[in-house]
Design a protein around this ligand. Structure first.
Ligand code: WT7
Length: 627
């Protein structure tokens, strides 16, 4: 595939156009990162940039004192007081604009209210909310007083929410009465109440009135958000937090049964998302950034909140479904708010291709398009470049993970020739590699494990409450200095990186990580199920979908029961597209041999390695009948 060079108009105005940035970062790694850090506000400077004495726990900006809320809000008051910080649109088209001064007042008031409710530095504050300005305010209010926020995606079931709250030890929860999704009212407070039945550690619940639906308010526990903040003063001192105090915990799926709470730092994380918003998303003062992720995922944390707000940019926050009332809604939003930087996931890109009349929208404000979350195929890359950006916008495919906090591999838009389908090269100051199973560098086109060899400030502090898993999942295959990402990738002849997918028991549905082991565990809990195996199968829109193989006496309602259980225990995101009842699962050495099932289903190949190969053949036949 030939390279596409960054459009000239773009290059002229880009934040970074000197290719020496790569060599400079290599020669002086510390200076490189410190120069970004110095652009932020610190109460006290750090004593040491990097500490690896407790590897694989790496620390940056040791003993530096910084507050994330101060940097995202107060720092901008002098020059950007009346500038829009957040432009919000609800699904029905209602909108609100919050200037930096508004944000300052709202964050200050809520942080004072939280303090009055007894929240202290180090306490965990849960946020169970859709994309509302109050969700951003809640994050920044918690950060302001040194509390750690634990955002729970609103689409998660009460059980998942309870698990996350319990695991992290949430003390106070901020939620909303309800919200709209594809025109339907979702009663979120009811879900929160259900979760709080299961986890009793929450002393106070703050409820944002968003939809006005009828809800139960529990005396002494539940507080109306508006009433609570009305009495509070806007002025609120920022807690002097340490660079390595946790800013937030966010849950993600791994190749273990339960979701893991990834802990992120305050200083290093902020520096990383600030730097990458500047060099990869090329954010400038006049930009309107539309990041389509939900705030409940890391992408929302990093590129709808901490990155752009620490830079003082304007963020467009959309609450509803991207395909409501139709698939062109995203283009409508870009036109309406003059979006200049559009950051999205391949699943949405594939959906957007269904909007027939793209040229009836004025998308001329766009100047950069970014993608994250799953492989962006060359065909979709080209469509973005030609049809959406009209060849005037670089398209940056950015690779990173919940664990990395911010972008790790991506083109620098004005510098790196782009190859559709490739994530290009690691950012300056970061070193990655591709290893074969023995730890040797892979040759071009040889599929291997994507690893990170040089740490960077955005990297996680650890896994909440599970240091064993931290070491075992990421640092056992290649040692304490080489981070295992869990992805397979290969180099091409120019050293460009191509991501092929997960190497572990995790799949990627519409850019969200789903653990196959977690699904299997939940399904096996049903009395009727003797055994089961979940695998990922290609899906035209979502990238991957789930096929579930269940050993059970088929009964009329078992499939429905399984679906209900998955929806309740995990969420709709983990629902299988296909459930197949089988008599037996293929095994090797007593373990379910999932690759044999995958090969039979996807490649139509029968693997002879399974001890009971007949079973594999039966599965293949069944799929043929089902297809
Ligand atoms: C996994 C991380 C980072 C925010 C969203 C997802 C996959 C991520 C790309 C990309 C191909 C990608 C990887 C990774 N992934 N970006 N540009 N091309 N695959 O965060 O839920 O932590 O998932 O998403 O498999 O490991 P996450």
């Amino acid at each position: 595939m030939k390279s596409i060079y960054p459009p000239e108009d773009f290059v002229e105005k880009a934040n970074v156009k000197d290719p020496a940035i790569y060599s400079k970062a290599k020669e002086n790694w510390i200076d490189y990162w410190e120069s970004f850090a110095k652009e932020l506000h610190w109460f006290e400077p750090w004593e040491k940039f990097f500490d690896d004495s407790k590897a694989p726990y790496y620390r940056f900006f040791v003993n530096g004192k910084i507050n994330a809320s101060y940097n995202c809000v107060d720092r901008h008051l002098k020059e950007k007081r009346n500038k829009a910080a957040i432009i919000w649109e609800g699904e029905k088209g209602e909108n609100r604009v919050l200037t930096y001064f508004d944000l300052y007042r709202e964050v200050g008031k809520l942080s004072n209210a939280l303090r009055n409710l007894g929240v202290k530095k180090g306490d965990k504050v849960g946020i169970y909310m859709p994309n509302l300005p109050e969700a951003v305010i809640s994050m920044l209010a918690a950060a302001r007083i040194g509390a750690t926020h634990v955002f729970i995606f609103a689409g998660f079931s009460p059980k998942s929410a309870a698990f996350r709250m319990k695991d992290s030890g949430v003390k106070l929860l901020i939620t909303a009465d309800g919200y709209y999704r594809r025109g339907n009212l979702i009663n979120l407070k009811e879900k929160a109440d259900e979760a709080l039945e299961e986890y009793k550690g929450v002393e106070n619940v703050v409820v944002v009135r968003r939809a006005g639906n009828e809800i139960d308010m529990k005396e002494g526990r539940d507080h109306d958000y508006a009433e609570l903040v009305r009495k509070e003063k806007a002025k609120s001192e920022c807690e002097i937090t340490d660079a390595n105090d946790p800013l937030f915990i966010i849950y993600t799926s791994g190749s273990v049964a339960e979701p893991k709470g990834i802990i992120h730092s305050t200083g290093g994380y902020l520096v990383h998302v600030y730097a990458t918003s500047k060099i990869v998303l090329d954010l400038k003062d006049e930009d309107v950034l539309f990041c389509t992720a939900d705030l409940g995922w890391i992408t929302g944390h990093s590129y709808s909140v901490y990155g752009p707000l620490s830079l003082g940019a304007t963020v467009l926050l959309y609450e509803g479904a991207p395909d409501y009332p139709d698939i062109c809604r995203t283009f409508e939003l870009i036109e309406k708010y003059g979006v200049t930087v559009f950051y999205t996931v391949p699943t949405l890109v594939r959906m957007l291709q269904g909007c027939g009349n793209i040229d009836s929208f004025d998308l001329s404000t766009l100047r950069l398009i970014g993608s994250v979350g799953e492989p962006l195929e060359a065909e979709n890359w080209l469509w973005l470049y030609e049809e959406v950006g009209k060849k005037k916008c670089p398209v940056v495919d950015t690779w990173w993970q919940t664990e990395t906090g911010g972008i790790v591999i991506a083109p620098i838009p004005a510098l790196t020739p782009m190859k559709p389908g490739s994530v290009s090269k690691p950012l300056p100051g970061i070193e990655v590699d591709i290893y074969d199973s023995g730890g040797k560098k892979a040759k071009p086109y040889q599929l291997g494990h994507l690893v990170i060899k040089k740490m960077f400030p955005g990297f996680m502090l650890g896994i909440h409450g599970d240091p064993k898993a931290y070491v075992q999942l990421y640092w056992s295959k290649f040692g304490k200095r080489v981070y295992l990402t869990g992805d397979y990738a290969y180099y091409d002849e120019d050293g460009y990186i191509w991501i092929s997918g997960r190497a572990d028991d995790v799949i990627n549905i519409s850019g969200h990580r789903v653990s196959l082991v977690e699904i299997e565990k939940v399904v096996k809990e049903l009395r009727e199920v003797a055994d089961c195996a979940a695998i990922g199968v290609p899906d035209r829109i979502k990238g991957t979908a789930i096929a579930l193989f269940v050993v059970a006496e088929k009964s009329d309602d078992l499939a429905e029961k399984i679906k209900k259980k998955i929806e309740e225990d995990i969420g709709r995101i983990a629902l299988p597209r296909l459930i197949v009842f089988v008599k037996e699962l293929p095994k090797t050495a007593g373990k379910v041999f999932k690759r044999a099932i995958a090969d039979a289903v996807i490649k139509k190949e029968i693997s002879g390695i399974a001890s009971n190969v007949e079973v594999v053949k039966k599965i293949a036949e069944k799929i043929d009948k089902n297809a």
